[in-house]
Design a protein around this ligand. Structure first.
Ligand SMILES: O=CC(=O)O
Length: 313
């Protein structure tokens, strides 16, 4: 398979790159100063793209590669891949579900605890020597709080399972009620937000879920409510979120994702009720290795004409 051209638009993970290079002819787009020229010269030899949550395969790139057969994404979210274009052109698409579910759900709980128990602020309190001048202020209990979840796929369910262990009543919003779940269903996000203390965004980014967290939802969550976003930045109307936090209309937020990564609104930097992470939901050595193996296994299956392991298209 070492003559098969595989395009990587950005650097993602050293293990993934090494393992791909052992098997394929890998083109690292970021190492070519003139990307347009590179694509013109090598377009015919590229048969696969390995993208991720930051850079996938847009319509323009797909059109520029006449022999593209498969996009294997090093991510579970495939919002950066033009799925319609892939369907139209018969290009297969795979992602990395399941292997990252635990990490992302763990991180959601970590963010909840970090916001409510002020873990980052407390850490700064000790390091700056402030503890010597007085005890740290009281914070907010997590156990028993009402947790609302938007999206009840693998990750949403894993967050629910973990929150149950903290004795939290769980409710959720999805497009239609899931018959197999005993959690309370709300048919609208505003209703869900009005009836929970912590709202977790865990759904895929599609046109209908863009800005699913808007001003009305934020106000329904209210002064004591906490928003946790482990989905995608564009799920949230970010200027509205920033305004609500600055004005004290929302109790707090734990964010792993942002609308224009790696840009993060600076107004959030001074707020102690906000915990900010750099999009690291699946960012453990173990999980990124498992994701890389899945990307490679999907590519090998495709080029050996075997069934794909985790097909999206
Ligand atoms: O954001 C990360 C992913 O989609 O895997």
């Amino acid at each position: 398979m070492d003559s098969i051209g595989v395009l990587m638009p950005i650097h993602m993970n050293s293990y993934l790159e090494q393992e791909l290079q052992k098997r394929f002819n890998v083109f690292k787009l970021w190492t070519f100063p003139n990307k347009t020229l590179f694509l013109k010269e090598h377009s015919s030899s590229i048969r696969a793209i390995v993208g991720n949550a930051a850079a996938g395969a847009d319509a323009e790139t797909i059109e520029a590669l006449p022999n593209l057969e498969i996009v294997s994404s090093f991510s579970v979210g495939i919002d950066k891949v033009d799925l319609n274009k892939c369907r139209e052109k018969g290009i297969r698409v795979t992602n990395t579900p399941d292997v990252l579910t635990d990490d992302v759900a763990d991180l959601a709980i970590g963010l909840i605890l970090a916001v409510l128990r002020r873990l980052c602020e407390g850490d700064r309190y000790v390091r700056s020597g402030k503890w010597k001048k007085g005890d740290y202020k009281l914070n907010t209990k997590f156990t028993g709080k009402r947790v609302g979840i938007i999206g009840m796929g693998r990750i949403g369910k894993a967050v629910a399972k973990r929150a149950e262990a903290f004795s939290c009543p769980i409710s959720y919003y999805t497009r239609s009620e899931k018959g197999d779940l005993e959690y309370k269903y709300y048919p609208s996000v505003v209703e869900l937000a009005s009836n929970c203390d912590i709202l977790v965004v865990a759904c895929p980014l599609i046109e209908e879920t863009r800005h699913i967290i808007n001003r009305e939802v934020i106000d329904a969550l209210g002064q004591k409510g906490v928003l946790i976003n482990i989905g995608r930045g564009p799920h949230v109307d970010e200027p509205e979120l920033v305004k609500a936090l600055v004005e004290g209309r929302l109790g707090g937020a734990g964010l792993d994702v942002y609308e224009n990564e790696p840009e993060v609104p600076e107004e959030l930097f001074g707020l102690e009720n906000v915990v900010l992470l750099p999009h690291v939901g699946s960012g453990t050595v173990e999980t990124r290795t498992a994701m890389a193996d899945l990307v490679i296994n999907n590519l090998e299956a495709h080029f050996l004409k075997k069934p794909l392991l985790t097909p999206v298209v």
